[in-house]
Design a protein around this ligand. Structure first.
Ligand code: ADP
Ligand code: MG
Length: 393
């Protein structure tokens, strides 16, 4: 079923729209520490404003556990929104408040308090969804970052609106468009880079990618488990002993399908992550007992960069090393740079990989940088995400 998009949603001016956003921004000492998610939501808000809508914005924030918790209040976001939009955006301290209607008589945009202050949100509770939707004739979801969660504001709530009264916002739409291009019929040669801490959190996307890519590059802590599976010493490196079979399966699958599987051939190792005294380059297979793998070595960086140079499609998830430490960020930066230089269609998905891309200042040079970490990884598996299905039905 085709996803209803914002431009084809028709509504009379003055319509009241419930707009679900991903305003799950980091809050530090009562201030918004990174406003990227809010900025990413603005095009949809502005487009609806231009068309004369009145809207209540709603979102979750942090790990609120079904009850009000000042640490996770969306209050600081309201001030920032007011500044960005250039008019006052009143903050409603209870997302189900009976005052929402009268506030919307006076204001074009209001912001509702954290949805997760109610237990019904995470439980996908119909009663909560009905109370949330009360008074709104349209529903728009632009929260791609939450699309993989079957929560009330993104599943039960759109279930209360028919297809003519709901739509995906602009951000949601562009995410789906970019990621679909990777998942369904990617242009070949397609290369995927998968790294990050653990293989256990990436088995489903790895499996899915395996059936589509021509080249699979493995790096990060996850590659250590592959080393161990091949019988090499890994010293004190991060490994998952219970994932050795998974690593072997990936290697077997690659052979069977004719996928070129790249594993690091050399490493940067250190005696510690914090304040290391010894850092050296070591070929794979001879990691000293007292050392741990922290990044790709120079040879691997070169091999990985060349493997990406001529790809028509590249998907990257997971850093190649402990990139948070400057000295251990070269492998990750090499991948980011190779993607930026690649003329093909390049997509970065995943919390830390996106952070690394921004740190490298290469965001603008990628075809798409996903705002949804978990959601983009789940999308890659080829499953329809619950919130997207709820818009299509
Ligand atoms: P993403 O958020 O992009 O999906 P992950 O959450 O899977 O990535 O993993 C990111 C983390 O992996 C980073 O914090 C990084 O420090 C860590 N990491 C990468 N390589 C190693 C390694 N060799 N040893 C330990 N941790 C690593
Ligand atoms: Mg992460």
């Amino acid at each position: 079923m085709k996803l209803p998009d914002l431009d084809s949603l028709s509504f009379p001016t003055e319509s009241r729209i419930l707009l679900r956003l991903d305003l799950n921004v980091p809050i530090h000492e009562g201030e918004v520490a990174d406003d990227s998610r809010l900025i990413a939501a603005l095009p949809t808000i502005r487009s609806l404003l231009d068309r004369g809508a009145r809207m209540a914005l709603c979102s979750h924030l942090g790990k609120a556990a079904g009850a009000p918790d000042p640490r996770f209040s969306l209050g600081p976001v309201a001030a920032l929104l007011s500044r960005e939009l250039g008019f006052e955006v009143p903050f409603v301290q209870d997302c189900l408040s009976g005052k929402r209607g009268s506030l919307l008589d006076q204001h074009r945009v209001i912001l509702l308090e954290n949805l997760r202050f109610y237990p019904g949100e995470k439980k996908n509770d119909t009663g909560f969804a009905e109370a949330l939707a009360e008074g709104f004739s349209f529903y728009v979801n632009d929260a791609f970052g939450t699309a993989h969660r079957a929560h009330a504001s993104v599943v039960a709530t759109p279930g209360l609106f028919d297809r003519a009264h709901k739509a995906a916002g602009k951000l949601m739409f562009s995410e789906i468009q970019a990621l679909s291009r990777v998942v369904h019929d990617p242009e070949q040669p397609f290369a995927a880079v998968v790294g990050g801490a653990k293989i256990s959190t990436k088995t489903a996307p790895l499996e899915a990618l395996m059936s589509r890519v021509r080249t699979l590059l493995i790096g990060g802590g996850m590659a250590n488990t592959f080393l161990l599976a091949q019988g090499y010493e890994v010293g004190r490196s991060l490994v998952e002993e219970d994932m050795l079979d998974t690593a072997r399966e990936v290697m077997d699958q690659a052979k069977e399908r004719g996928v070129e599987l790249l594993l690091p051939s050399d490493y940067l190792v250190a005696d510690a992550i914090d304040a290391p005294e010894k850092v050296e380059v070591i070929p794979a297979g001879s990691i000293p007992e007292e050392m741990l793998i922290v990044d790709l070595g120079p040879e691997s960086r070169g091999r990985y960069a060349s493997a990406l140079a001529d790809a028509a499609t590249v998907f990257w998830n997971g850093p190649m090393g402990v990139f948070e430490v400057e000295a251990f960020s070269q492998g990750t930066m090499a991948v980011a740079q190779a993607m930026a230089d690649c003329p093909g269609f390049t997509v970065v998905g995943g919390g830390e990989s996106v952070m690394a891309t921004k740190k490298a200042g290469l965001e603008e040079r990628m075809s798409h940088v996903s705002t949804g970490g978990g959601a983009s990884l789940e999308f890659i598996t080829g499953e329809t995400l619950p919130a997207i299905r709820a818009l299509e039905e």
